[in-house]
Design a protein around this ligand. Structure first.
Ligand code: UDP
Ligand code: MG
Length: 314
């Protein structure tokens, strides 16, 4: 019998766990031909999330959990899930029921047809402000322009991954992770399905705009070095322009003489060049920072407990 792991990263989700469990059980009942594992990754929650998961586990042996030692962020929590998942396929789903579990049978159907990465694309997004939707579409189009791998817009982490994809992702152990890009990068046979995204059932989103900006920079810098190229080209263009200007000034001075003026043009040039230099340094700094973080080769996360067993490093 095929085993399927439902991977749920959870951070302060006490209000939604029971409804989530109920809805998952209903879906499981409609799929008697599969064995399910529900793998919660508790990402350092500060509320009762962990005790609720433990209580659920007492009554249902299908439930497993990995308890991380602190909040590592969703990307790392998913990685921990990949490491511990036992299934032949893994379905990643948010705890807050924004991703409807009722889509699972359709995903499994396509998996059986031979697709290895069945991802759910949002047709609509309820409960999100127009500003969030707008910034998110802007980000996707920017990322698409910069990087050479296609990244599916309006697609979250809600997807079914075959064991082969999981094994591929497990080999990508970089600390600063942009998992959405990795899903495309690894390739494999992909299938898109559409759904309407609901609003969060309860609790608050853990996102804010600072995190989103971080993720945007993360997304771009982890998949392409084009910003470095662009600042180099910019530097080249400006140098060329400056050279022409210098020649012009020298000739002008030789022919007409110079009556010290030109404060405005001097200021403009100095400020403009200063700005460009700082910007380019910033871009280089971003990449340097990534190199610094990756060279440390730290483990991605630490585990407190896995299914009631104390555990240390991974
Ligand atoms: N999450 C996590 N660690 C974090 C933040 C979020 O494991 O540091 C989980 C969270 O519990 C939820 C999922 O990631 O299951 C998506 O989070 P959220 O709903 O806050 O994001 P949004 O849907 O607003 O993008
Ligand atoms: Mg959510």
């Amino acid at each position: 019998m095929n085993q399927i792991t439902i991977l749920i990263p959870a951070y302060n989700e006490e209000e939604v766990l029971y409804p989530l469990y109920e809805r998952l059980c209903d879906v499981f009942d409609s799929l008697p031909l599969f064995e399910f594992e529900i793998l919660f990754v508790n990402d350092g929650s500060r509320d009762n999330t962990m005790s609720i998961i433990k209580a659920l586990r007492k009554s249902d042996p299908r439930i497993s959990f990995v308890d991380l030692t602190r909040n590592f962020g969703k990307e790392i929590a998913m990685m921990a899930g990949f490491d511990y998942a036992k299934g032949d396929a893994v379905i990643i789903i948010d705890a807050d029921l924004q991703d409807p579990p009722e889509l699972i049978p359709e995903m499994i159907k396509y998996w059986q047809d031979g697709f290895e990465d069945v991802y759910a694309k949002r047709r609509t997004r309820a409960g999100e402000t127009w500003f969030k939707k707008w910034t998110s579409s802007l980000f996707y189009s920017l990322l698409q322009k910069f990087s050479s791998i296609p990244i599916q817009p309006n697609t979250g982490d809600f997807r079914l991954l075959d064991r082969r994809c999981i094994e591929a992702l497990k080999q990508m152990r970089e600390t600063q992770r942009y998992t959405k890009g990795m899903f495309s990068w690894i390739g494999f046979n992909k299938k898109e399905i559409l759904f309407d995204r609901d609003a969060r059932l309860a609790g608050k989103t853990k996102w804010n705009y600072i995190k989103l900006i971080d993720l945007a920079i993360e997304g771009i810098t982890s998949f392409t070095t084009k910003p470095l190229r662009i600042s180099a080209l910019f530097g080249f263009a400006i140098s060329l322009f400056a050279f022409i200007y210098i020649v012009w000034i020298v000739f002008k001075t030789l022919i007409y003489g110079e009556s010290v003026a030109g404060y405005p043009s001097l200021m403009t040039v100095v400020l403009f060049l200063g700005g460009i230099q700082l910007l380019s340094l910033g871009v280089i700094g971003e990449y340097l920072g990534r190199i610094f973080n990756e060279t440390k080769k730290r483990p991605l996360y630490f585990v407190n407990e896995y299914n009631d067993f104390k555990k240390m490093a991974e």
